[in-house]
Design a protein around this ligand. Structure first.
Ligand code: SF4
Ligand code: SF4
Length: 441
Protein backbone atom coordinates (compact mmCIF):
# COMPACT_ATOMS: atom_id res chain seq x y z
CA UNK A 1 0.00 0.00 0.00
CA UNK A 2 1.35 3.49 -0.75
CA UNK A 3 2.14 5.78 2.17
CA UNK A 4 -0.78 8.18 1.54
CA UNK A 5 -3.26 5.32 1.71
CA UNK A 6 -1.63 3.93 4.86
CA UNK A 7 -1.91 7.33 6.54
CA UNK A 8 -5.53 7.81 5.49
CA UNK A 9 -6.52 4.36 6.75
CA UNK A 10 -4.70 4.74 10.06
CA UNK A 11 -6.32 8.13 10.67
CA UNK A 12 -9.78 6.81 9.84
CA UNK A 13 -9.37 3.72 12.03
CA UNK A 14 -8.12 5.84 14.93
CA UNK A 15 -11.28 7.97 14.77
CA UNK A 16 -9.63 11.33 14.07
CA UNK A 17 -12.02 14.20 13.36
CA UNK A 18 -11.46 17.96 13.22
CA UNK A 19 -10.90 18.83 16.87
CA UNK A 20 -11.57 22.53 16.50
CA UNK A 21 -14.87 22.74 14.67
CA UNK A 22 -17.77 20.62 13.49
CA UNK A 23 -15.86 17.32 13.62
CA UNK A 24 -15.28 16.76 9.91
CA UNK A 25 -13.46 13.42 9.42
CA UNK A 26 -9.72 14.16 9.12
CA UNK A 27 -8.98 11.33 6.67
CA UNK A 28 -11.24 12.94 4.03
CA UNK A 29 -9.15 16.11 4.11
CA UNK A 30 -5.98 13.99 3.91
CA UNK A 31 -7.32 12.37 0.76
CA UNK A 32 -7.12 15.66 -1.18
CA UNK A 33 -3.98 16.66 -3.06
CA UNK A 34 -2.74 20.16 -2.25
CA UNK A 35 0.28 22.47 -2.33
CA UNK A 36 0.24 23.52 1.28
CA UNK A 37 -1.09 22.30 4.63
CA UNK A 38 -1.94 25.03 7.14
CA UNK A 39 -1.94 24.24 10.86
CA UNK A 40 -4.63 26.41 12.41
CA UNK A 41 -3.27 27.81 15.66
CA UNK A 42 -5.39 30.98 15.75
CA UNK A 43 -7.48 29.95 18.76
CA UNK A 44 -9.36 33.19 18.28
CA UNK A 45 -12.32 32.56 20.63
CA UNK A 46 -11.62 34.50 23.84
CA UNK A 47 -11.01 32.54 27.11
CA UNK A 48 -9.77 29.44 25.25
CA UNK A 49 -6.23 28.18 25.91
CA UNK A 50 -6.65 24.59 24.71
CA UNK A 51 -4.52 24.79 21.57
CA UNK A 52 -1.96 27.04 23.24
CA UNK A 53 -1.43 24.49 26.04
CA UNK A 54 -1.23 21.64 23.54
CA UNK A 55 1.37 23.33 21.34
CA UNK A 56 3.43 24.48 24.29
CA UNK A 57 3.61 20.98 25.76
CA UNK A 58 3.59 18.86 22.60
CA UNK A 59 5.27 20.88 19.81
CA UNK A 60 6.97 17.80 18.32
CA UNK A 61 3.68 15.91 18.03
CA UNK A 62 2.03 18.84 16.22
CA UNK A 63 4.99 19.29 13.85
CA UNK A 64 5.17 15.56 13.16
CA UNK A 65 1.39 15.51 12.53
CA UNK A 66 1.81 18.37 10.08
CA UNK A 67 4.60 16.49 8.32
CA UNK A 68 2.37 13.38 8.05
CA UNK A 69 -0.49 15.49 6.65
CA UNK A 70 1.93 16.94 4.07
CA UNK A 71 3.03 13.43 3.12
CA UNK A 72 -0.58 12.25 2.66
CA UNK A 73 -1.61 15.22 0.54
CA UNK A 74 1.64 15.62 -1.40
CA UNK A 75 1.99 19.18 -0.06
CA UNK A 76 5.42 20.75 -0.56
CA UNK A 77 4.93 23.19 2.29
CA UNK A 78 3.53 23.27 5.81
CA UNK A 79 2.62 26.54 7.52
CA UNK A 80 1.77 26.98 11.18
CA UNK A 81 -0.55 29.99 11.36
CA UNK A 82 -0.21 31.28 14.90
CA UNK A 83 -1.13 34.54 16.57
CA UNK A 84 1.92 36.71 17.17
CA UNK A 85 0.89 37.21 20.79
CA UNK A 86 1.26 33.46 21.62
CA UNK A 87 4.94 33.92 22.38
CA UNK A 88 5.52 30.83 24.53
CA UNK A 89 3.93 28.56 21.90
CA UNK A 90 5.92 30.17 19.15
CA UNK A 91 9.12 29.64 21.12
CA UNK A 92 8.23 25.94 21.71
CA UNK A 93 7.70 25.49 17.96
CA UNK A 94 10.82 27.46 16.98
CA UNK A 95 12.94 25.22 19.22
CA UNK A 96 11.85 22.15 17.25
CA UNK A 97 10.99 23.39 13.77
CA UNK A 98 14.60 22.96 12.52
CA UNK A 99 14.09 19.18 12.67
CA UNK A 100 11.31 19.34 10.07
CA UNK A 101 11.73 20.22 6.41
CA UNK A 102 9.60 22.78 4.58
CA UNK A 103 7.60 23.89 7.61
CA UNK A 104 7.43 27.58 8.47
CA UNK A 105 5.58 29.80 10.93
CA UNK A 106 3.18 32.54 9.81
CA UNK A 107 2.22 35.16 12.39
CA UNK A 108 -1.40 36.30 12.62
CA UNK A 109 -2.75 39.50 14.13
CA UNK A 110 -4.88 39.44 17.28
CA UNK A 111 -8.37 39.74 15.84
CA UNK A 112 -11.58 37.74 15.67
CA UNK A 113 -12.33 35.48 13.75
CA UNK A 114 -8.78 34.77 12.55
CA UNK A 115 -9.45 31.02 12.65
CA UNK A 116 -12.30 31.03 10.11
CA UNK A 117 -10.93 29.03 7.14
CA UNK A 118 -11.80 31.72 4.58
CA UNK A 119 -10.08 34.37 6.70
CA UNK A 120 -7.10 32.18 7.51
CA UNK A 121 -6.39 31.17 3.90
CA UNK A 122 -6.60 34.83 2.88
CA UNK A 123 -4.27 35.92 5.69
CA UNK A 124 -1.70 33.19 5.15
CA UNK A 125 -1.71 32.63 1.37
CA UNK A 126 -3.31 35.88 0.16
CA UNK A 127 -5.70 33.67 -1.85
CA UNK A 128 -9.48 34.11 -1.85
CA UNK A 129 -11.38 30.85 -1.48
CA UNK A 130 -14.49 30.82 -3.65
CA UNK A 131 -17.81 31.49 -1.93
CA UNK A 132 -19.30 28.11 -1.07
CA UNK A 133 -15.83 26.60 -1.57
CA UNK A 134 -13.20 24.82 0.51
CA UNK A 135 -9.45 25.49 1.02
CA UNK A 136 -8.59 22.71 -1.49
CA UNK A 137 -10.09 24.98 -4.21
CA UNK A 138 -7.04 27.22 -3.77
CA UNK A 139 -4.49 24.45 -3.17
CA UNK A 140 -4.65 24.30 0.63
CA UNK A 141 -5.83 22.05 3.43
CA UNK A 142 -6.35 23.46 6.93
CA UNK A 143 -6.13 21.33 10.10
CA UNK A 144 -6.52 22.40 13.69
CA UNK A 145 -3.35 21.73 15.74
CA UNK A 146 -5.07 19.17 17.99
CA UNK A 147 -6.19 17.29 14.88
CA UNK A 148 -2.54 17.18 13.78
CA UNK A 149 -1.55 15.90 17.23
CA UNK A 150 -4.14 13.11 16.80
CA UNK A 151 -2.97 12.38 13.24
CA UNK A 152 0.55 11.89 14.56
CA UNK A 153 -0.68 9.53 17.29
CA UNK A 154 -2.87 7.62 14.84
CA UNK A 155 -0.24 7.00 12.17
CA UNK A 156 3.02 7.06 14.09
CA UNK A 157 1.99 5.55 17.45
CA UNK A 158 -1.09 3.54 16.30
CA UNK A 159 -3.16 5.16 19.06
CA UNK A 160 -6.87 5.93 18.66
CA UNK A 161 -8.50 9.16 19.82
CA UNK A 162 -9.68 8.57 23.40
CA UNK A 163 -8.81 11.85 25.10
CA UNK A 164 -9.52 15.53 24.59
CA UNK A 165 -7.73 18.70 25.66
CA UNK A 166 -10.30 21.08 27.17
CA UNK A 167 -10.19 24.56 28.74
CA UNK A 168 -12.46 25.01 31.74
CA UNK A 169 -12.92 28.75 32.28
CA UNK A 170 -15.27 31.65 32.89
CA UNK A 171 -16.83 31.93 36.35
CA UNK A 172 -15.01 28.97 37.93
CA UNK A 173 -12.71 28.90 40.97
CA UNK A 174 -9.60 27.44 39.27
CA UNK A 175 -9.62 27.79 35.48
CA UNK A 176 -7.42 25.19 33.81
CA UNK A 177 -6.62 23.30 30.64
CA UNK A 178 -6.76 19.56 31.13
CA UNK A 179 -6.64 16.35 29.09
CA UNK A 180 -9.68 14.17 29.88
CA UNK A 181 -11.22 10.93 28.61
CA UNK A 182 -13.80 11.54 25.89
CA UNK A 183 -17.25 10.96 27.39
CA UNK A 184 -16.48 12.50 30.79
CA UNK A 185 -19.48 14.44 32.10
CA UNK A 186 -19.23 18.23 32.13
CA UNK A 187 -20.20 18.15 35.83
CA UNK A 188 -16.90 16.39 36.55
CA UNK A 189 -14.99 18.93 34.48
CA UNK A 190 -16.60 21.67 36.52
CA UNK A 191 -15.48 19.93 39.74
CA UNK A 192 -11.92 19.81 38.41
CA UNK A 193 -12.05 23.61 38.11
CA UNK A 194 -13.37 23.98 41.67
CA UNK A 195 -16.98 24.60 40.61
CA UNK A 196 -18.79 27.79 39.58
CA UNK A 197 -18.31 31.06 41.44
CA UNK A 198 -21.73 32.46 40.57
CA UNK A 199 -25.27 31.23 41.22
CA UNK A 200 -26.87 31.92 37.87
CA UNK A 201 -25.03 30.84 34.76
CA UNK A 202 -25.14 28.75 31.63
CA UNK A 203 -22.61 26.15 30.52
CA UNK A 204 -21.17 26.53 27.04
CA UNK A 205 -19.33 23.83 25.10
CA UNK A 206 -16.80 25.83 23.05
CA UNK A 207 -16.04 29.54 22.90
CA UNK A 208 -18.27 32.39 24.06
CA UNK A 209 -18.97 33.45 20.47
CA UNK A 210 -19.73 30.16 18.71
CA UNK A 211 -20.10 27.55 21.47
CA UNK A 212 -23.38 25.82 22.30
CA UNK A 213 -25.26 25.83 25.59
CA UNK A 214 -25.02 22.40 27.26
CA UNK A 215 -26.14 20.64 30.39
CA UNK A 216 -23.85 19.48 33.23
CA UNK A 217 -24.90 15.89 32.50
CA UNK A 218 -23.72 16.11 28.86
CA UNK A 219 -20.36 14.56 27.96
CA UNK A 220 -17.12 15.80 26.46
CA UNK A 221 -16.98 14.89 22.76
CA UNK A 222 -14.17 14.84 20.20
CA UNK A 223 -14.98 18.45 19.32
CA UNK A 224 -15.26 19.92 22.83
CA UNK A 225 -12.60 22.61 23.03
CA UNK A 226 -13.83 24.21 26.25
CA UNK A 227 -16.41 24.25 28.98
CA UNK A 228 -17.25 27.83 29.93
CA UNK A 229 -19.32 29.00 32.86
CA UNK A 230 -21.03 32.11 31.49
CA UNK A 231 -22.67 34.29 34.16
CA UNK A 232 -26.15 35.74 33.83
CA UNK A 233 -26.17 39.27 32.42
CA UNK A 234 -23.25 38.87 30.03
CA UNK A 235 -23.78 39.15 26.27
CA UNK A 236 -23.18 35.43 25.53
CA UNK A 237 -25.73 34.52 28.23
CA UNK A 238 -28.39 36.93 26.96
CA UNK A 239 -27.93 35.97 23.32
CA UNK A 240 -28.29 32.24 24.05
CA UNK A 241 -31.45 32.78 26.07
CA UNK A 242 -33.27 34.71 23.32
CA UNK A 243 -35.65 32.64 21.18
CA UNK A 244 -35.35 33.07 17.43
CA UNK A 245 -39.10 33.82 17.09
CA UNK A 246 -38.65 36.76 19.48
CA UNK A 247 -35.52 37.85 17.62
CA UNK A 248 -37.50 37.93 14.37
CA UNK A 249 -40.18 40.15 15.92
CA UNK A 250 -37.51 42.43 17.35
CA UNK A 251 -35.80 42.63 13.95
CA UNK A 252 -39.03 43.87 12.38
CA UNK A 253 -39.55 46.46 15.09
CA UNK A 254 -36.01 47.69 15.60
CA UNK A 255 -33.72 47.10 12.61
CA UNK A 256 -32.89 50.60 11.38
CA UNK A 257 -30.95 49.31 8.34
CA UNK A 258 -27.81 51.09 9.52
CA UNK A 259 -25.86 48.21 7.84
CA UNK A 260 -23.21 48.06 10.56
CA UNK A 261 -23.68 44.26 10.63
CA UNK A 262 -22.72 44.11 6.97
CA UNK A 263 -19.86 46.58 7.25
CA UNK A 264 -18.32 44.50 10.08
CA UNK A 265 -19.06 41.05 8.65
CA UNK A 266 -15.74 39.22 8.00
CA UNK A 267 -17.19 37.28 5.07
CA UNK A 268 -18.59 40.46 3.43
CA UNK A 269 -15.21 42.12 3.93
CA UNK A 270 -13.53 39.23 2.11
CA UNK A 271 -15.75 40.11 -0.86
CA UNK A 272 -18.58 37.61 -0.37
CA UNK A 273 -22.09 38.55 -1.41
CA UNK A 274 -23.38 38.03 2.17
CA UNK A 275 -25.02 41.23 3.44
CA UNK A 276 -26.77 40.55 6.76
CA UNK A 277 -28.65 43.87 6.81
CA UNK A 278 -30.36 42.90 3.56
CA UNK A 279 -31.29 39.50 4.98
CA UNK A 280 -32.78 41.24 8.05
CA UNK A 281 -34.87 43.48 5.77
CA UNK A 282 -36.00 40.59 3.58
CA UNK A 283 -37.00 38.37 6.48
CA UNK A 284 -38.62 41.13 8.60
CA UNK A 285 -40.90 42.27 5.82
CA UNK A 286 -41.39 38.90 4.12
CA UNK A 287 -39.91 40.21 0.85
CA UNK A 288 -39.74 37.36 -1.69
CA UNK A 289 -36.02 37.54 -2.50
CA UNK A 290 -34.56 34.01 -2.64
CA UNK A 291 -31.12 35.25 -3.80
CA UNK A 292 -30.62 37.39 -0.68
CA UNK A 293 -31.88 34.59 1.56
CA UNK A 294 -29.51 32.10 -0.13
CA UNK A 295 -26.59 34.29 0.89
CA UNK A 296 -27.22 33.19 4.49
CA UNK A 297 -25.44 29.95 3.46
CA UNK A 298 -22.22 31.99 3.35
CA UNK A 299 -22.50 32.95 7.03
CA UNK A 300 -19.90 31.36 9.33
CA UNK A 301 -22.05 32.18 12.39
CA UNK A 302 -19.08 34.00 13.92
CA UNK A 303 -21.46 36.37 15.72
CA UNK A 304 -19.66 39.67 15.02
CA UNK A 305 -22.87 41.13 13.58
CA UNK A 306 -24.64 40.40 16.86
CA UNK A 307 -21.87 42.02 18.89
CA UNK A 308 -21.78 45.17 16.78
CA UNK A 309 -25.50 45.76 16.11
CA UNK A 310 -26.47 49.00 17.91
CA UNK A 311 -30.03 47.72 18.36
CA UNK A 312 -29.01 44.46 20.05
CA UNK A 313 -30.34 42.34 17.17
CA UNK A 314 -28.97 39.05 15.96
CA UNK A 315 -28.52 38.64 12.21
CA UNK A 316 -26.40 35.60 13.09
CA UNK A 317 -29.28 33.68 14.69
CA UNK A 318 -31.59 34.56 11.82
CA UNK A 319 -28.98 33.45 9.28
CA UNK A 320 -28.50 30.26 11.24
CA UNK A 321 -32.24 29.48 11.11
CA UNK A 322 -32.34 30.24 7.36
CA UNK A 323 -29.30 28.06 6.73
CA UNK A 324 -30.94 25.08 8.46
CA UNK A 325 -34.12 25.58 6.43
CA UNK A 326 -32.19 25.78 3.14
CA UNK A 327 -30.01 22.80 4.04
CA UNK A 328 -33.11 20.73 4.84
CA UNK A 329 -34.28 21.51 1.30
CA UNK A 330 -30.82 20.43 0.05
CA UNK A 331 -30.14 23.93 -1.28
CA UNK A 332 -26.40 24.62 -1.49
CA UNK A 333 -24.51 27.78 -2.35
CA UNK A 334 -22.94 27.20 -5.78
CA UNK A 335 -19.18 27.60 -5.84
CA UNK A 336 -18.52 31.11 -7.10
CA UNK A 337 -15.39 33.26 -7.29
CA UNK A 338 -15.10 36.21 -4.95
CA UNK A 339 -14.87 39.44 -6.93
CA UNK A 340 -12.43 41.32 -4.70
CA UNK A 341 -11.64 41.98 -1.08
CA UNK A 342 -13.29 45.15 0.28
CA UNK A 343 -10.58 47.81 0.69
CA UNK A 344 -11.70 48.60 4.25
CA UNK A 345 -11.11 45.02 5.47
CA UNK A 346 -7.77 45.70 7.15
CA UNK A 347 -9.13 48.50 9.33
CA UNK A 348 -12.29 46.57 10.28
CA UNK A 349 -10.58 43.57 11.89
CA UNK A 350 -12.14 43.21 15.34
CA UNK A 351 -9.49 43.20 18.15
CA UNK A 352 -9.82 40.40 20.73
CA UNK A 353 -9.53 42.79 23.70
CA UNK A 354 -12.41 44.87 22.41
CA UNK A 355 -14.45 41.71 21.86
CA UNK A 356 -13.87 40.47 25.40
CA UNK A 357 -14.94 43.83 26.84
CA UNK A 358 -18.02 43.90 24.65
CA UNK A 359 -18.96 40.38 25.80
CA UNK A 360 -18.71 41.41 29.46
CA UNK A 361 -16.06 38.75 30.08
CA UNK A 362 -12.98 40.93 30.71
CA UNK A 363 -12.61 39.74 34.32
CA UNK A 364 -12.18 36.13 33.10
CA UNK A 365 -9.69 36.95 30.33
CA UNK A 366 -6.27 35.93 31.66
CA UNK A 367 -3.65 33.27 31.00
CA UNK A 368 -4.80 29.74 31.87
CA UNK A 369 -2.25 26.96 32.41
CA UNK A 370 -2.22 23.27 31.53
CA UNK A 371 -2.73 20.94 34.50
CA UNK A 372 -1.09 17.61 33.74
CA UNK A 373 -3.36 15.54 36.00
CA UNK A 374 -4.51 11.97 35.60
CA UNK A 375 -8.29 11.74 35.53
CA UNK A 376 -9.82 8.66 37.11
CA UNK A 377 -13.21 8.62 35.37
CA UNK A 378 -15.78 6.25 36.86
CA UNK A 379 -18.10 6.52 33.88
CA UNK A 380 -18.03 7.87 30.33
CA UNK A 381 -20.79 8.44 27.81
CA UNK A 382 -19.62 8.18 24.20
CA UNK A 383 -21.92 9.79 21.67
CA UNK A 384 -22.70 7.93 18.47
CA UNK A 385 -23.60 11.00 16.37
CA UNK A 386 -20.90 12.41 14.15
CA UNK A 387 -20.41 15.13 11.57
CA UNK A 388 -23.61 16.06 9.69
CA UNK A 389 -25.73 13.79 11.91
CA UNK A 390 -24.15 10.51 10.77
CA UNK A 391 -24.95 7.78 13.30
CA UNK A 392 -22.30 5.20 14.16
CA UNK A 393 -23.12 1.51 14.54
CA UNK A 394 -22.27 0.12 17.99
CA UNK A 395 -20.02 -2.95 18.06
CA UNK A 396 -20.64 -3.73 21.74
CA UNK A 397 -23.61 -4.72 23.88
CA UNK A 398 -24.54 -4.36 27.55
CA UNK A 399 -22.24 -6.10 30.03
CA UNK A 400 -19.37 -6.44 27.52
CA UNK A 401 -15.96 -5.84 29.05
CA UNK A 402 -13.96 -3.21 27.14
CA UNK A 403 -10.45 -1.84 27.33
CA UNK A 404 -9.46 1.79 26.72
CA UNK A 405 -8.62 2.11 23.03
CA UNK A 406 -10.89 -0.73 21.92
CA UNK A 407 -13.18 0.06 18.97
CA UNK A 408 -16.80 0.21 20.17
CA UNK A 409 -18.60 1.72 17.15
CA UNK A 410 -17.95 2.31 13.47
CA UNK A 411 -19.46 4.17 10.53
CA UNK A 412 -21.96 2.33 8.34
CA UNK A 413 -20.35 0.82 5.21
CA UNK A 414 -19.56 3.46 2.60
CA UNK A 415 -20.43 6.42 4.87
CA UNK A 416 -17.88 9.14 5.56
CA UNK A 417 -17.55 8.59 9.32
CA UNK A 418 -14.77 7.42 11.64
CA UNK A 419 -14.55 4.79 14.35
CA UNK A 420 -15.23 5.39 18.04
CA UNK A 421 -13.15 3.84 20.85
CA UNK A 422 -13.60 3.18 24.56
CA UNK A 423 -11.87 5.91 26.55
CA UNK A 424 -11.62 3.92 29.81
CA UNK A 425 -11.43 0.26 30.85
CA UNK A 426 -14.78 -1.00 32.11
CA UNK A 427 -18.11 -2.66 31.43
CA UNK A 428 -20.68 -1.46 28.91
CA UNK A 429 -23.52 -0.21 31.12
CA UNK A 430 -25.87 0.73 28.29
CA UNK A 431 -26.12 1.04 24.52
CA UNK A 432 -28.89 2.96 22.81
CA UNK A 433 -29.58 4.96 19.64
CA UNK A 434 -27.43 7.87 20.77
CA UNK A 435 -24.65 6.65 23.04
CA UNK A 436 -22.60 3.92 24.68
CA UNK A 437 -22.03 4.25 28.42
CA UNK A 438 -18.99 2.54 29.95
CA UNK A 439 -18.63 2.15 33.71
CA UNK A 440 -15.54 1.27 35.65
CA UNK A 441 -16.05 -1.86 37.73
S1 SF4 B 1 -26.62 46.39 12.58
FE1 SF4 B 1 -28.56 45.83 13.54
S2 SF4 B 1 -29.89 47.57 13.20
FE2 SF4 B 1 -28.17 47.81 11.79
S3 SF4 B 1 -28.85 46.83 9.89
FE3 SF4 B 1 -27.81 45.28 11.05
S4 SF4 B 1 -29.37 44.25 12.23
FE4 SF4 B 1 -30.26 46.17 11.51
S1 SF4 C 1 -22.41 35.74 11.92
FE1 SF4 C 1 -22.81 37.78 11.15
S2 SF4 C 1 -20.77 38.69 10.98
FE2 SF4 C 1 -20.45 36.48 11.13
S3 SF4 C 1 -20.38 35.75 9.02
FE3 SF4 C 1 -22.51 35.62 9.69
S4 SF4 C 1 -23.45 37.50 9.04
FE4 SF4 C 1 -21.25 37.81 8.98
Amino acid sequence: MDVSKEIIEAVMEAGVVGAGGAGFPAHIKLNAKCEVVIANMAECEPLLFTNQALVQHYPDEVLKGLQIAMQATGAKKGIIAIKKKYEACKKALEDKIGNYENIVIHELGDFYPAGDEHVMVKEVLKRAMPMGGIPADVGAVVHNVETLYNIKRAYHDKKPVTQKFVTVAGAVRHPLVVKVPIGLKFAELLDLAGGPTVKNYILVDGGPMMGNEVDASDPVTKTTSALLVIPEGTVPYISRKARVEVLLKRAKAACCQCRICTDMCPRYLLGHSLQPHKIMRTVSYGIPDPETVKNSLLCSECGLCEITCPMGLSPRRINSRLKRLLQEKKIRFPKMNVERERPERETRKYPTKKLVARLGLASFFHQIEYADVKIDAKEVKLMLRQYAGLKLLPLVKEKDQVKAGEMIAKAPEGKPGVSLHASIDGVVASVDETSVVIRKE
